[in-house]
Design a protein around this ligand. Structure first.
Ligand code: NAP
Length: 251
């Protein structure tokens, strides 16, 4: 059987998991792709390439040059561009494409979510809420729009130190990596006397406990909706992605 070449657009937990499942199979050459935003990134199992492709045409050219048989877009739900580029390039190069994306969190009857589409809306909502001690769990690259707000003390939670750190008037920087369990999140909200949370709808279990802790306290959560995506066949977990690939390239 001819070896099939698969391009996996990564940078997420699901992509690392899928790479583990596919690397080392006799009939597959797996190439994982990382954007190159992180210094010394954790490398997935199998072959890896790092850096942008140079837009849609660059990616379409790469698919042809490398003889890619299938593409799996497992980039983060808030990576707003790569999915569109992948969809357009795969049409151009006539290569099948799957989107691997963890389901979004959904609001429950006891939640107090304020839904926003971007950080400017979040800033406006935060000003209107009149809260004073806010957990900002938006990722280190998205802190800046909040730094101009006066009168709020922010708990900035990030995996690695934001460089540069925007000039917040009153804040604490908390560097910690999930998963976070409910006991941890309860203690965090109580210990820092948090009265509102701002986050994005990343989905998944690793960072969901803060939502449950907020629900228990009747605390508002300003939740950024996911960006719009192209209509592409989607798998919700790595195991479903393996099934799709098996059907596509018959490995
Ligand atoms: P983005 O806005 O969708 O992409 C911007 C550009 O970065 C793309 O046009 C592409 O450049 C390049 N790129 C993105 N993902 C790539 C990949 N896997 N391999 C090669 N090039 C890639 O993405 P982003 O929000 O900057 O995120 C960058 C990476 O970080 C993604 O891989 C994503 O999975 C990961 N990540 C993002 C977030 C988030 O909240 N945005 C969170 C966790 C992880 P060219 O046009 O030159 O090809």
């Amino acid at each position: 059987m001819k070896r099939k070449t698969v391009l996996l657009l990564g940078g997420t937990t699901e992509a690392y998991d899928l790479a583990e499942r596919l690397a080392g199979r006799d009939h597959i050459r797996l190439i994982s792709s990382l954007a190159g935003r992180t210094e010394n990134p954790r490398l997935p199992a199998g072959e890896t390439r790092i850096g942008g492709f140079g837009g849609v045409d660059g990616l379409a050219g790469y698919l042809r040059d490398e003889g890619i048989d299938a593409v799996i877009d497992a980039t983060h739900p808030f990576a707003a561009t790569m999915g569109w580029h992948a969809a357009a390039a795969c049409v151009q190069a006539a290569v099948p494409l799957l989107r691997l994306e963890r389901p979004a969190w959904s609001v429950g009857p006891d939640d107090h979510w304020v839904l926003v589409d971007d950080w400017d809306q979040a800033v406006t909502q935060l000003r209107q809420l009149g809260r004073r001690r806010v957990l900002l769990a938006v990722g280190r690259q998205d802190l800046a729009p909040f730094s101009a707000i006066d009168g709020i003390w922010f708990l900035l939670r990030a995996v690695t130190r934001p460089e540069p750190l925007p000039a917040f008037a009153a804040y604490e920087l908390l560097l910690e990596r999930g998963p976070f369990d409910l006991a941890h999140e309860r203690a965090l909200l109580a210990g820092r006397r948090i009265d509102a949370i701002v986050c994005k709808n990343s989905g998944g279990d690793a960072t969901a406990a803060k939502l449950e802790a907020a629900r228990e306290l009747g605390m508002p959560v300003i939740m950024r909706r996911r960006p719009e995506r192209p209509g592409v066949e989607t798998a919700a977990d790595p195991s479903a992605a393996v099934d799709w690939l098996r059907a596509q390239v018959r490995f």
